[in-house]
Design a protein around this ligand. Sequence first.
Ligand code: 5GP
Length: 199
Amino acid sequence: MDGMLVIISGPSGSGKGTVVKQLNPDNGYALSISVTTRKPREGEQHGRDYFFTAEEDFHTMRQENNLLEHFFYVGNYYGTPRKYVEEQIAEGKIVVLEIEVNGALQVKEKFPSAVLIFLMPPTHSELENRLKKRGTEDAGTIEARLKQALEEVPLIHRYNYLVINDVIPEAVAKIDAIVAAERMKPTRCAAKIQDFLRS
Ligand code: 5GP
């Protein structure tokens, strides 16, 4: 099977972390783990949720071209390690990046065949409720993240799909359906076509 790259973006509080963690690795998904200079939240683990990194080390990775993309988001740097993504695609995996829009558009430039999915909560007030309920950010950070969410919305038209995340298992099923359909596009089936010709 040809590998592919799926990017899932959406405002902070859209539930993308929860949705992405429910994509089943048995279906070929491989989740990329980002590098960040943000401090870990309670319960977050280095190497599982993020690679938590000092700013100096982040900049070294960037300068050495070890990041596929990077962005400064509400006070912290975030970036996608290049090597993992390239290796997993070469192995035929569906590599999933859960990143914000600016980084997503950087990746689309480099990998035009990447599938961009925007995950949105049903309403803006629901977003606010979720962020407050999560309780991981102070009031100023919540406000900055809500503002950032509104800035992301005009960029939705650059995405290939929009999924409303109301009921989590339904959003997961929609992403599975998108990926299944994308994998049947002839342009993504070079390996299958070769197998047929050789058989
Ligand atoms: P959080 O601090 O809530 O974990 O993440 C803040 C934002 O950064 C989210 O929108 C998340 O998707 C995004 N993000 C996480 N990792 C990366 C990354 O590697 N690159 C970019 N561009 N954004 C990321």
